[in-house]
Each structure stands twice: as structure tokens, then as C-alpha cells.
Design a protein around this ligand. Structure first.
Ligand SMILES: Nc1nc2c(ncn2[C@@H]2O[C@H](COP(=O)(O)OP(=O)(O)OP(=O)(O)O)[C@@H](O)[C@H]2O)c(=O)[nH]1
Ligand SMILES: [Mg+2]
Length: 706
């Protein structure tokens, strides 16, 4: 068996590469209707014929072979065969037929690399709507490579494309025969000299070696030789590049005159244009934007509460049932009150997580997300960010990890760094469980106008707090980060598309599954660990407590019930968990927290949603809370301090909410920030500023409301 071939999927951003990738490989990579959805390479397997399977590599979109953004560099390195992990044998180029001129520029650059290539035209439906007719056989003749019209959204043309790929694979030794433009002429002497060092590369590839060799992994000898070629022939990269693009466009224009017929472009005003007149309107645009965000946050709270009540009720029943059938003992206690309670505490949030992801996917799929960027660019600029920062920020409402990666799409390095630094302040889905449970403890469930709920408003205020703080922090930080780079905002506004409901449904289910499985695993481990820590302690201390209460019960048999309760509390306090709690309590007492909350804060560094599981375990061990209360919420509501006052009063609740809004409690985020910035400096700064700020503002909140 010969080695499996690698086919790289490249093309302009938002041209439908990932849609095609998913169709070819059966995988489910993220597709969205804005440029810059894919920012990493991803490989999948595709059977192109009965005998042949190939690797398809999905890549970030690139406008040309002159990369500017981090995501474009990922694709560029693969195409230049400078990526250690993927060396493409062939290229499958996706071109948006409704934006032919710009897409052809990239096509012709790829052709001149002299690698075997097949072109797939997407968006033929849109081209037709615009009144554009394309003579595909004519274009094939002019470009000298096969072209197949497809629609990956509707699964059309895929069989023909596979045939074409199969044919190309069988004739791999025949790259495009002709140069599209005579690239050797752009820098004759220098190209010749580079090709003496690397005889197998094309003339056009040689030009890329001249321009970008510092970024290539070459030996130091070769680097010096290329530099020599540059000086020997006074190679001017900017001039060469400008000349190249001009020559390409001249020829593309010529070819398009022969192969493409356009209706009068002014005659038809497209649906997208008409809708944008409203959605990007100077006043109405903003009114609608605020309304959209308002509905999004209200639905997370309001719409979700019905299924949530159902889930909570079912788990209450399950707990009751289990308590009835399992033998009494430490194991049942741990299982029912720790693990099942912790899991139910998480399952309850599935509806909210699903709605949140559903709404965000809807925004991305329709193309409205790109409009949010456009509308907010001015505001973003004032604080040192960019309109493009909005997409990571909004997806940060779901999870900071992919959001931070999507910042690769921002050209300006400083703006990208600032975006990375502030994105974790956006309230992610892991904070939802904490918000919901605390809000239900301290905020009465009131409704205004019948549908605007007070808890919903408080929830929105928390999201707003995170967002506003993110903007303020960006504004402060922008003075400390130096950059001479010019900042600009170029974002291609995609056409509006109807959402693919199936995609939205799969995303919602997928995210719910990940949430439950990931959180479930951590909760399981932490519950077990905490249960051990809170049931065992230094034997001397534990024995002393037991002896003391044995004696007390002996002396006052009438008080037994009350004393047994007290004994439980005393034992918990003497346990390892209790000791750890008392150790940290002094540092968190100013914020209004007791030692149990302290332990929850610590375990939350594993993942924020563990707060719920931690509480479930600690309260299951019992500390004199009402024995009749079954759900975690009821137990927490009944919890009292030594002086008899409620633990979760308004001041403590709000202070804790503020802490969870701001504090950096996510390992995965810190790791991804390190990966994206390539230094530990930024994650460390991020951790310190966020946690410091959280402490400060929680303290202020507690003092105000006490
Ligand atoms: N009308 C129409 N829409 C399409 C077609 N192919 C893809 N789309 C839509 O185009 C949008 C972009 O698709 P993606 O597959 O994410 O594009 P991409 O090239 O991977 O984009 P980036 O990763 O951002 O570079 C999605 O909304 C698709 O549903 C097509 O042939 N016709
Ligand atoms: Mg993509």
C-alpha cells in the first residue's frame, strides 16, 4: 500500500471550504457565515473512489498568497510545504463563484505554484441570482485546470468532484502545464539563483522563498544563500508583489470578458442590500442590535426555566427513589447526596447551555454576527480594540477557549493581544450554573410586563458587568502595550443566508453533551475527593469531638437530636476539608464568605461549574441544615452561620456573583492564551489582574450591601 495522499482544501474566507470538508469527510467542523470561522488546520478521511482514500485538510481562508493574519499564515505554511505535520500532494481549491474576480486572483496564484490542483466553484446559486453566467469549460481552458461546480450546502456536485479528484490523483505527475503569468520575469536573476539552491520548486514558489524565507524552516546556509540572491539582484519584495498582482488582474479581466456574462449589476438590488439598509441603519441598526442581545439574554433565563423545573423535579424524585432502595451507609450517602446531587446540579443547566449556543450559532449562521462587528467597530476602536474583536467576545459568552483562538482573525497584533486578554471576562457558559443558583437564592422571582423577569434582568446585569469591565480593561491596557502598526477594519460582509436548522440543532446537542461529560467527570473526581476530605480528619481531633458529644448525649438524653446535629457540624469542622477551610477563611471573610464557599472557590479553579458539585458534597455531609430540604438549592437557602443568620444573604450572594463574573478560574483558558501568545507572560498577567480585580470588587460589593 502506498502512502495516503494529502489534499489541502484552500480558498478565500467564507467560500464554503469547511462545508465541503464536512460533506467529503462526514465530520462536523464548525461552519459559519462570516470570514474567519476556521483558524486551525483539520484533517479528515475521504473515500474518493472504491479503491482510493485520501486525507483532506481543511485550512483557514486566505485572500491571497500574501498572508497578513495569524490564520492566513497557517494556510500559507501548508501551501509552501513549510508545515512539519502536513505536506500536501494536491490542492482542492474552493472559489466563490459569486465573487469571481477576487477569488480568481487566488486561483491563479495557486496555479503558478505548479502543484496538481482541482477547482471547486461554490455559490453558483448566488451567482445566478445576481444574474452572472459563467462559461465553466471556457474558464477551464484558460486556466488549464479542471473546474467543478458544487453546492456543499445542498450536497450537489459532490460525485462529479470526487471523479475529478480521482482522475487528478491518478495523474499526479501532471501539475498545471502553463504559468498563468510569467512569474520568472518578475525577478529573473534572483529566481534563477534561488532555483539553483532548490531545483524542484516552481518559479513562483521561488519568489515566495525570496519574500518570506525568514519564516521558513531552512538551514542557515540556505538562508544566507537566499539573502545573497536578494542583494546580488537588488530584489524588491514590494515592487515584485505589486507588479505580480497587477499582471494577474489584467489577465483575469481579459479572461472574464470572454467567459463571464453579467446582467446590469445596478438593475438588481439584492435582498442582502435591502436588509442591510435597515440593519446597518445609523439609528435603527443600533436599536435592533440592543433588542437582539436583550432577547438573547432574556431567553436564556425565561425560556429555559420550564425545562429546568422539569429536570430538577425528576432528579428530586430519583434521589428520593434511590434513598428508598439503597442500603443506608456512607456509600449511599456519597452516591445520592454527593454524586447524583452534583450531576443533577449540572444537568439542570442543559436547557440554558443549549439556548445560549443555539442563539450564538444563529447569529453566526445568518450573517448577523459580521454586522455586529460592523456596528460596534467605532466603540471598539475607542478602547483599543477592533470591530473584529466582537466575534471572539460574543463567542466568549459560550466558551473562552475557541473564542481566544478566533482572535487570529484580527490583523493588528496589539488589537489581537488586547482581545485575547479581555475575552475571558465575558461570562462563559460555565458561569451560568453559579449565576443561576445564586440568583435564585437572593433575588425574588418577580415579573414586569408579564415577561421580563427580575432574575433575568439580574442575569443580564452580570453579563453586562463582565462586558463593560472587559472594555474598561482594554482601554487601560492599551496605554501599556506599544505598537507602531496601523490599525484598520476590513471585514467582508457576507450575504444573509437562512440558517441551517440541522446545524444549529447538532451544535446545541453537541455542546450540551460536552458540557455534561466534561463537567460530569470533574464533578465525579472532586466529589469523591471532597467527600473523603470532609469525612476524615486528624484522628486525635476527630476522636476528641466524638468523645465530647458522647459525654454530652449521656448527660442530656432529652437533647439527643439536637446534639447529634451539632456533632455532625463539629466533625465536619474538624475534618481535613474543615481544616483547609479554616485556613483560608480569614482571607475571604472580608468578602462575606464562609469556609465552604472558600473550598468551592478553590475547586472552581478546575472548572467554574464545579461550584455546584462542591456545594452538593459539602452540604450532603450535613452541618445542621434542615434535614427535610432535598434539593441543593433548598439546602443552601437554609444554611446558617454560627450566629443564626443566613449564609446566602443579599450581600454575600452579590459579592460571590461579582467574584465569579471577574475572577480567572479556568486552566484551559490560561493554557490557550499561552499557546496563542507564545509566552507565559500574558496568561500570568491575565490571572493576576482578573483575580485581583475580582477580590477588590467583591469586597466593595459586600461592604455596600452589608
Ligand atoms: N448559497 C450557498 N451557500 C453556501 C454554499 N456553500 C457554502 N455556503 C454557505 O457559506 C457559508 C460559509 O461556509 P464555510 O464552509 O464556513 O466557509 P469557509 O470557507 O470554511 O469559511 P472560513 O473558514 O471562514 O474561511 C455558510 O453559511 C455555508 O452554509 C453554496 O454553494 N451556496
Ligand atoms: Mg472554514
Amino acid at each position: 500500500m502506498s502512502k495516503k495522499l494529502n489534499i489541502a482544501l484552500v480558498g478565500n474566507p467564507n467560500s464554503g471550504k469547511t462545508s465541503l470538508f464536512n460533506v467529503l469527510t462526514g465530520l462536523n467542523q464548525k461552519v459559519g457565515n462570516f470570514p474567519g470561522v476556521t483558524v486551525e488546520k483539520k484533517t479528515g478521511n475521504c473515500k474518493i473512489s472504491d479503491k482510493e482514500s485520501v486525507n483532506i485538510i481543511d485550512l483557514p481562508g486566505t485572500y491571497s498568497l500574501y498572508p497578513k493574519r495569524a490564520d492566513e499564515w497557517v494556510a500559507y505554511k501548508v501551501l509552501m510545504r513549510q508545515d512539519e505535520n502536513v505536506k500536501p500532494d494536491m490542492i482542492l481549491l474552493v472559489a466563490d463563484a459569486s465573487n469571481l474576480k477576487r477569488n480568481l486572483l487566488f486561483c491563479t496564484q495557486i496555479i503558478d505554484l505548479k502543484m496538481p490542483v482541482v477547482i471547486a466553484f461554490t455559490m453558483m446559486d448566488l451567482a445566478k441570482q445576481k444574474g452572472t453566467q459563467i462559461d465553466i469549460p471556457g474558464l477551464e481552458r484558460e486556466l488549464g485546470v479542471p473546474i467543478v461546480a458544487i453546492n456543499p450546502r445542498k450536497n450537489k456536485g459532490i460525485a462529479v468532484l470526487k471523479k475529478s479528484l480521482e482522475f487528478a490523483v491518478e495523474n499526479l505527475q501532471q501539475p498545471p502545464a502553463r504559468d498563468f503569468i510569467d512569474t520568472a520575469l518578475l525577478a529573473t536573476g534572483a529566481v534563477k539563483q534561488v532555483k539553483e539552491i532548490f531545483p524542484s520548486i516552481s518559479n513562483y514558489t521561488a519568489i515566495h522563498y525570496l519574500i518570506n524565507h525568514e519564516h521558513f524552516s531552512l538551514g542557515s546556509k540556505e538562508q544566507l544563500q537566499i539573502e545573497q540572491a536578494e542583494t546580488d539582484h537588488t530584489f524588491n519584495p514590494t515592487r515584485t508583489q505589486a507588479e505580480e498582482i497587477m499582471q494577474r488582474y489584467t489577465r483575469i479581466k481579459h479572461i472574464m470578458q470572454q467567459t463571464v456574462v453579467d446582467d446590469d449589476p445596478l438593475k438588481k438590488s439584492l435582498f442582502t442590500e435591502r436588509l442591510d439598509n435597515l440593519l446597518l441603519h445609523r439609528t435603527w441598526g443600533y436599536v435592533i442590535l440592543i433588542a437582539v442581545l436583550f432577547i438573547m439574554f432574556q431567553s436564556i433565563f425565561w425560556l429555559a426555566q420550564f425545562p429546568m423545573n422539569g429536570i430538577e423535579w425528576s432528579f428530586g424524585k430519583l434521589g428520593g427513589f434511590l434513598a428508598g432502595v439503597l442500603p443506608a451507609g456512607w456509600f449511599s450517602d456519597l452516591f445520592i447526596n454527593g454524586i447524583v446531587a452534583g450531576l443533577s446540579g449540572i444537568m439542570v443547566f442543559i436547557p440554558q447551555i443549549m439556548i445560549l449556543f443555539g442563539v450564538i450559532t444563529l447569529l453566526e449562521d445568518t450573517g448577523y454576527m459580521a454586522r455586529i462587528s460592523f456596528l460596534t467597530d467605532k466603540l471598539m476602536r475607542k478602547v483599543g480594540l477592533n470591530g473584529k474583536s466582537v466575534m471572539p467576545m460574543i463567542s466568549g459568552y459560550a466558551c473562552a477557549v475557541p473564542a481566544i483562538m478566533s482572535a487570529r482573525n484580527i490583523e493588528n497584533k496589539k488589537e489581537r493581544l488586547l482581545t485575547i486578554m479581555i475575552t475571558p471576562s465575558m461570562s462563559c457558559s460555565a458561569r451560568l450554573p453559579v449565576y443561576t443558583i445564586l440568583i435564585s437564592l437572593i433575588i425574588p422571582s418577580k415579573f414586569y410586563l408579564g415577561f421580563i423577569s427580575l432574575p433575568g434582568l439580574v442575569m443580564m446585569a452580570l453579563y453586562l458587568l463582565g462586558t463593560v469591565l472587559a472594555l474598561i480593561v482594554a482601554w487601560v491596557m492599551k496605554w501599556f502595550i506599544k505598537s507602531a502598526e496601523r490599525s484598520f477594519f476590513i471585514l467582508e460582509l457576507p450575504v444573509y443566508r437562512s440558517p441551517r436548522w440541522k446545524n444549529i440543532a447538532t451544535t446545541m446537542l453537541e455542546k450540551a453533551k460536552i458540557f455534561v461529560v466534561d463537567a460530569g467527570k470533574v464533578i465525579m473526581v472532586i466529589s469523591l475527593l471532597l467527600w473523603g476530605l470532609s469525612n476524615y480528619g486528624p484522628s486525635k481531633k476527630m476522636a476528641a469531638v466524638t468523645q465530647k458529644y458522647d459525654a454530652l448525649v449521656m448527660a442530656n438524653p432529652a437533647e439527643e437530636v439536637h446534639l447529634q446535629k451539632e456533632r455532625k457540624t463539629a466533625l465536619l469542622q474538624a475534618s481535613y476539608a474543615g481544616q483547609l477551610g479554616s485556613f483560608i477563611e480569614p482571607s475571604i471573610r472580608p468578602l462575606g464568605y464562609d469556609w465552604k464557599i472558600g473550598i468551592a472557590l478553590i475547586t472552581s479553579f478546575a472548572a467554574r461549574e464545579v461550584f455546584v458539585g462542591t456545594m452538593a458534597t459539602l452540604y450532603s455531609v450535613g452541618d445542621g441544615a434542615d434535614e427535610n430540604s432535598s434539593t441543593l438549592r433548598q439546602k443552601m437557602a437554609a444554611a446558617t452561620r454560627a450566629d443564626g443568620t443566613k449564609v446566602y444573604d443579599l450581600a454575600t450572594g452579590l459579592s460571590l456573583l461579582v467574584f465569579y463574573v471577574i475572577a480567572m478560574q479556568c486552566m484551559s483558558t490560561l493554557v490557550i492564551v499561552k499557546r496563542e501568545t507564545k509566552t507565559w507572560k500574558w496568561p500570568v498577567i491575565q490571572f493576576l489582574y482578573m483575580t485581583g480585580l475580582a477580590y477588590l470588587l467583591s469586597w466593595v460589593t459586600y461592604v455596600i450591601f452589608k
